[in-house]
Design a protein around this ligand. Structure first.
Ligand SMILES: Cc1cc2nc3c(=O)[nH]c(=O)nc-3n(C[C@H](O)[C@H](O)[C@H](O)COP(=O)(O)OP(=O)(O)OC[C@H]3O[C@@H](n4cnc5c(N)ncnc54)[C@H](O)[C@@H]3O)c2cc1C
Length: 555
């Protein structure tokens, strides 16, 4: 039997996972990896931290070199070389050296495309002076700019990479403005959680301009659509990415409606001998079942391994993508999995949303930090549709547990049954994820009727009385306008003559739950405000675009 020839285009996340797994499965295969940039297997997720000086040595970003990959895996890795043409019928690719222009043909039995995604570059005047951050070379260019000690920088786009870059430029003592065309930062989050991230940026001196587009990039910065100018000696574009499908198009491969390379559940393209993985391909969406363009490292790596398995005849299983993602923004962590409420609403999907604000671990043990959690689920069958979390501690663990639960088909109510590790420095005996399960169970069973912050206005107009059951001091420090203060411990004795119906709230929803149960027992109609005052004030700050209102409050 002749040795199998596999050519991999793109030598980073998806491409290198494919190549190394292939070698472990097939010692005889001829495996060639072609990479346009000067580096393979580099940590693109670490690039913002190199710009900020957190990762001081560029070498730490380079996880492998062509030499090491040859000696350990016998991979023929060709850097500074791009694939410029594919001949599917003749089973060969044409490569060109980016250093001297020399071209070469390489034959393949199986071809794997992992060319990634290309940064979006809008056709704005002056955009050619905007830096992007995608490769090691991009990071080197920005790091060199930073060495010139610019006083100001503008980041266009408040997505994950834009905010990581903002933080890292602040670390370099640069005054940073982040401009985002939509009316919130981090669009994978819903507004009442995203506003917490905007507040964190503001607290660290970053100016955040949301809901306004950039109209021009000038010598000294940018001009906004509303005519204002913002100084920026350095301007970085972080507007998102588009699947890099140039090679696929050239080879006549089918593309998906959303513009990614179309693949089946083993990542085979419309040509049986060509696979595609990573940011360039459309994935099956876990929640909606349709196609989704998810550009995340975990997905690219999983797909790379799956393709190697399939090439080598191992049983493989397709896996849809949840889009689980996490980002550090100064001292805050924001994470998400599945769909957000905006997307569920736009899709007309039935859902319930619940919010909670638990401590990261037992409150009595030093260092406990509050976090904000949001769970979205199907009210009929309890299917978990998505979750979001923002906080300083323990956010990663909760979102990962929920992502695992979704993958395992565990319902929102069943989160209550998860037996999770507990000791005071790590969690509470009832972990925040368990608590979400209890809350979902209460909502679905009707044991506690809750009201979302966005339903409060309509109920007030209908004549419902809004009761704050926190202490008088808490009420005085800030309350929902028009609400009546009746502390929980006085509720049995004194209802100030009100007869209901009542919307009850406390700081985070827990005392409100007890108060609602009590009022129901006493024969009144009562509903608890989901997530309490903390969710309400975050939503209100998001509505009014006033993140700095939240800076002095705990989350
Ligand atoms: C700054 C930054 C931070 C990120 N942070 C995170 C994070 O924290 N978490 C996370 O999950 N994801 C993160 N990502 C996304 C993650 O890096 C990608 O999802 C992942 O790398 C995709 O893998 P890929 O193999 O599809 O593409 P890539 O890793 O981008 O690799 C594609 C490679 O193909 C090469 N190539 C393209 N065309 C050709 C050609 N014609 N010939 C030869 N070579 C070619 C390119 O040079 C590139 O090196 C980040 C991305 C960036 C840029």
């Amino acid at each position: 039997m002749t040795a199998r020839r596999v050519v991999v285009v793109g030598g980073v996340a998806g491409g290198m996972s494919t190549a190394t797994r292939l070698r472990r499965l097939d010692e005889t295969a001829t495996i060639t990896v072609v990479e346009r940039s000067g580096h393979v297997s580099y940590a693109n997720c670490g690039l913002p931290y190199f710009v900020g000086g957190v990762i001081e040595d560029e070498g730490d970003l380079l996880l492998q070199t062509p030499e090491l990959l040859f000696s350990r895996f016998r991979l023929d890795v060709r850097v500074d070389t791009e694939v410029i043409d594919i001949d599917p019928a003749g089973h060969q690719v044409t490569t060109r050296s980016t250093l001297d222009g020399r071209t070469e043909s390489i034959g393949y039995d199986k071809l794997v495309l992992s060319p990634g995604a290309a940064p979006v570059r809008p056709p704005l005047p002056g955009f050619d002076r905007v830096r992007v951050l995608r490769t090691v070379e991009d990071a080197e260019r920005i790091a060199a700019d930073v060495t010139g000690r610019p006083g100001t920088a503008v980041i266009i786009g408040a997505g994950f990479v834009g905010l990581e870059t903002a933080e890292n430029l602040v670390r370099q003592s640069i005054a940073v403005t982040v401009v985002e065309a939509v009316d919130q930062v981090l669009t994978p989050l819903d507004p009442e959680l995203a506003i917490l991230v905007a507040a964190e940026l503001g607290a660290h001196g970053v100016t955040v301009e949301t809901g306004v587009a950039v109209s021009e990039v000038t010598e000294g910065g940018i001009t906004l659509a509303d005519g204002r100018t913002i100084p920026g000696e350095l301007v970085i574009g972080s507007i998102g990415v588009r699947p890099d499908v140039r090679l696929a198009e050239m080879a006549g491969l089918a593309l998906s409606a959303q513009g990614g390379i179309a693949v089946d559940d083993v990542n085979r393209t419309s040509d049986d001998d060509i696979y595609a993985v990573g940011d360039a391909v459309e994935k099956e969406d876990w929640v909606g079942g349709g196609g989704s363009l998810i550009a995340l490292a975990n997905v690219a790596n999983r797909q790379g391994r799956r393709v190697a398995d399939h090439i080598c005849g191992l049983p493989t299983r397709g896996a849809a993508s949840l889009g689980t993602a996490i980002v550090k923004v100064f001292d805050l962590t924001a994470a998400t999995t599945g769909w957000n409420e905006k997307r569920l609403r736009a899709a007309g999907r039935r859902y319930r949303a619940i919010h909670s604000h638990p401590m990261s671990h037992a409150g009595y043990y030093p260092g406990a930090e509050p976090m904000s959690l949001k769970l979205l689920f199907d009210p009929d069958d309890g299917t978990i549709l998505g979750a979001q979390a923002v906080g300083r501690e323990g956010v990663d663990k909760r979102i990962d547990v929920i992502a695992t639960a979704i993958t395992g088909g565990i319902t929102a109510d069943e989160l209550a049954d998860l037996e999770l590790a507990y000791a005071p420095p790590f969690s509470s005996a009832k972990d925040p994820v368990n608590m979400l399960g209890y809350m979902a169970e209460n909502v679905r069973s009707g044991a506690c009727d809750v009201v979302g912050y966005d339903e409060l206005g309509a109920l007030t107009e209908e004549g419902w009385t809004v009761v704050d059951v926190r202490t008088d001091e808490e009420h005085a420090a800030g309350a929902i306008p028009g609400s009546v203060s009746i502390p929980l411990d006085e509720l049995r004795e004194d209802l100030h003559g009100a007869t209901g119906p009542f919307v009850v709230y406390c700081e985070v929803g827990q005392r409100g739950h007890t108060a609602t149960a009590l009022l129901n027992e006493l024969g009144f109609e009562a509903r608890n405000l989901d997530g309490g005052y903390r969710t309400w004030i975050a939503a209100d700050a998001a509505r009014l675009q006033e993140p700095l209102r939240l800076v002095k409050r705990a989350l």
